[in-house]
Design a binder for this molecule. Structure first.
Ligand code: SAH
Ligand code: SF4
Ligand code: F3S
Length: 484
């Protein structure tokens, strides 16, 4: 949140304050000086681009980086030919890392053409010591490397990068700290992510996130509510509450609070029309939450409920702490309370030791649940996780064949589900001008499906009732309903 802290009133020749966020505002004031001086030397304003490689949590972190960059005087751009490029990385699967290494070669060329260019890397991949070592030795053109726990210190680190020769590296192993009230530059004016917790304590055996994001920490509900109230005052109508496992929100607060209780408080905030959240771990999804969702006018009719595998045996090895039957009965309870809810999921194919029978169990759950959409992933071995050391890694060709079968099943079910809504009238939140056809605008239903309707930029950020005229598999064409 941008507090009214006037950088001009900060004495940058004094010692930096020790408390946060005042310390960071001091460094922002200092940084602004450097950015100004360099801009004057070049005879033009400096530009900066944050490139996001990861999940919604990373995207929200990028908005925080952009908030600081904007405050210190950079012009924000999407071009990687900017004066300052920051890669906010992900490491959940191997290909996320490969993407970053691939793109770094290109950045090196950019820097050769533009020697005063600065390059920073941050995010989850930087929490892996091997990665940082490789970058330190073989990618000497990088100016700044920091991790997930100290992202709030970006201004301070940037000042160090201006003042020091060579690479600045600052990585913390973990933190208990949550720094509030730093600037944020949102990508969308009408919707926003809101962190409600950081880190993860679940240690699913395939997953690297707990190692790179640290232990679970919930934000104080007062800070969350205050942030959302400010967002609403600023024109935001839809919020997405973010956490790796939102269902365990509040357990470690001084005054414990459940996620359902938090939702009830958020529901009261005037101006907020839609509430979304992710991600929900099935093992922690309570009856209380189902009830709050069913009675809510604002919580969207969409639940992302990662399955990972339909085989109880595999689920146990994954340390997911639910069985196939428990998952299916949870889905039944949810559907009973909210028959119109859209269910989406994540599934991993080829976990070590996955047999044909195990895979068939996954297919069985997919058929029984009938997901509205599903993200399917090929298992990726992450060094340091328990699964990486397991025997019976499944051969690539077997995994690929299963993956294709699963994808086909998921797509067929999703198309069938989508078709059922054709002809209905429902509100969409208009998000943008259609990228292919400028006479259309695109928005989302409560259930998260995309709808394209005739319209113009004046509709962006508005809720519009539309009739779904044509289903195209996983999206719709529609027309606005004209009210008297
Ligand atoms: N906290 C969320 C998941 C975050 S990671 C949850 O528990 O649902 C997003 C998805 O990436 C996971 O749901 C999982 O399906 C997938 N994933 C995580 N680690 C993976 C790995 N090693 N290989 C393949 N997919 C993985
Ligand atoms: Fe990873 Fe499991 Fe935590 Fe999700 S809940 S982030 S899959 S360890
Ligand atoms: Fe998200 Fe990737 Fe990190 S999925 S939490 S950016 S490892």
């Amino acid at each position: 949140m941008v507090q009214e802290i006037d950088l001009d009133k900060i004495d940058i020749n004094a010692e930096p304050p020790t408390e946060e966020p005042a310390r960071q505002y001091y460094f922002m004031a200092k940084c602004r000086q450097y950015v100004r001086e360099e801009g004057e030397r070049l005879g033009r304003p400096l530009s900066a681009a944050v490139v996001n490689f990861g999940c919604q949590m990373n995207a929200r972190d990028s908005e925080k980086l952009n908030g600081i960059l904007d405050t210190v005087g950079y012009e924000l751009t999407n071009s990687e030919e900017a004066d300052f490029v920051i890669y906010n990385t992900c490491t959940v699967r191997e290909n996320a890392n490969n993407k970053v290494y691939g793109r770094l070669g290109y950045l090196n060329t950019c820097k050769k053409n533009n020697p005063h260019m600065k390059i920073a890397l941050c995010g989850c991949m930087m929490q892996e010591p091997d990665v940082v070592e490789k970058l330190r030795t073989s990618y000497r053109f990088i100016d700044l490397i920091f991790g997930t726990h100290n992202i709030y210190k970006f201004a301070e680190l940037l000042v160090a990068a201006f003042e020091q020769q060579g690479m600045v590296i600052d990585i913390w192993e973990d933190t208990q700290k949550i720094v509030e009230d730093l600037p944020v530059e949102r990508k969308f004016s009408f919707k926003s992510g809101v962190n409600i917790m950081f880190g993860c304590n679940n240690f699913c055996s395939y997953c690297i996130v707990p190692y790179v994001r640290g232990r679970e920490r919930s934000r104080d509900p007062k800070d969350i509510i205050r942030e959302i109230e400010k967002l609403a005052a600023d024109g935001v109508v839809e919020i997405m509450l973010l956490g790796q496992n939102v269902n365990s929100y509040g357990k470690n607060l001084d005054k414990p609070m459940t996620f359902a209780e938090l939702l009830k408080e958020i529901e009261k905030i005037e101006g907020i029309e839609r509430i979304r959240f992710m991600t929900s771990h099935p093992k922690d999804l309570s009856h209380e939450l189902i009830e709050v969702m069913a009675n809510s006018k604002k919580i969207c009719r969409h639940l992302h409920l990662p399955l990972q595998s339909g085989s109880t045996q595999v689920l146990e090895k994954m340390n997911r702490r639910y069985t196939k039957e428990q998952y299916l009965s949870l889905v039944e309870n949810i559907r009973e309370a909210m028959p119109d809810i859209a269910l989406t999921t994540d599934i991993i194919v080829g976990f070590p030791g996955e047999t044909e029978e195990d895979f068939e169990e996954t297919m069985d759950v997919v058929r029984k649940v009938g997901y509205d959409s599903a993200f399917t992933f090929i298992y990726s071995r992450r060094t340091g996780t328990p699964a990486a050391a397991m025997d019976n890694q499944v051969p690539e060709d077997v995994v690929k064949a299963r993956f294709d079968r699963l994808l086909k099943e998921v797509q067929t079910t999703a198309a069938r589900k989508a078709e059922q809504l054709t002809g209905q009238t429902q509100p969409i939140l208009v998000e943008e001008i259609n990228r292919q056809d400028a006479s259309l605008v695109s928005g989302r239903l409560s259930n998260n499906s995309v709808v394209h309707i005739p319209g113009d930029a004046s509709m962006i950020g508005k809720l519009v009732d539309v009739t779904l005229t044509e289903c195209k598999g996983f999206y719709y064409y529609g027309k606005p309903v004209l009210h008297e």
